[in-house]
Design a protein around this ligand. Structure first.
Ligand code: SAH
Length: 246
């Protein structure tokens, strides 16, 4: 409750500020703008996001950079927050959940090393933004969201943007989605305290799983399934919403 109150207060303070408080001096100033940005203007904000937040922090995969330049992130948040969609932080998407910071979406996508003919599973659809990025990188994307209203919202947004290769299901991601397994890559965007065994089982040979693990302290783990067994590599510390179960 306390955390929620602090978050709400912080959001209010943040949203009430003039745009220069929120961004670097040369970042686009959308606040106070009377007309809605055009498609070309949104593309400029995306370009700026990729240069300043993504490439500057070392993401090099051309396919990932291209996907972040392509997916209209502002369409995945409430219209009142659209002007903040390309900023360097997560945003609330309702039901106490958040859309991840752009850099984290890029980092996870690069760590998953996805090729165009591959099939990917995501756990934690949220608003569907990461799923759309995966849709740009892979052949088919299956994504599971535990909050039915968020699953429905993501389905609608993805449909409106014609992501026909992204399939959304409402449910608990712990059991994965056996029907379409095995997956070449699995991305998990809520943090469990251990790696669910069904997800390891549904990973293809040479498949990669990118998953935040931990309660208070979380680390992004990259798990690879090799003929000789499973290898785990701990990477950056992260802060994801907690894993939920029914
Ligand atoms: N991928 C999203 C991030 C959403 S936040 C993005 O693009 O920004 C993580 C989401 O995981 C939340 O919407 C939360 O409801 C969902 N979640 C938490 N536990 C889950 C579980 N056990 N199964 C499926 N989804 C879960």
């Amino acid at each position: 409750m306390l955390i929620l109150t602090i978050f709400l207060l912080f959001s209010l303070i943040l949203l009430g500020q003039p745009s220069w408080v929120l961004g670097s001096q040369n970042s686009p100033s959308l606040a106070g703008q009377h007309t809605n940005p055009t498609a070309e203007q949104w593309a400029v904000y995306r370009q700026q996001m990729v240069v300043e937040q993504i490439r500057a922090r070392g993401i090099r995969s051309p396919a990932v950079l291209e996907a972040l330049l392509t997916v209209p992130r502002h369409r995945f948040v409430d219209s009142s927050l659209a002007q903040f969609a390309y900023r360097d932080y997560p945003l609330p998407i309702g039901y106490g959940q958040t859309i991840s910071q752009p850099y984290i979406v890029a980092y996870m996508s690069e760590a998953a090393a996805i090729s165009p003919e591959e099939r990917v599973l995501e756990i934690g659809t949220g608003c569907g933004y990461q799923a759309a990025v995966l849709g740009e990188l892979a052949q088919e994307v299956y994504t599971i969201e535990i909050i039915p209203e968020l699953a429905e919202g993501a389905r609608r947004t993805l449909q409106a943007l014609s992501y026909q290769n992204v399939h959304v299901k409402a449910g608990d991601g712990y059991q994965g989605w056996a029907e379409h397994a095995p997956y070449d890559a699995i991305l998990v965007t809520a943090a469990p305290d251990h790696i669910p065994q069904p997800l390891i089982d549904q990973l293809a040979l040479n498949g990669r799983m990118v998953i935040p693990v931990g309660k208070w302290y979380q680390e992004l783990v990259v798990l690879t399934k090799k003929p000789e067994g499973v290898s785990k590599q701990r990477t950056i510390p992260v802060r994801f919403v907690p894993w939920r179960s029914h």
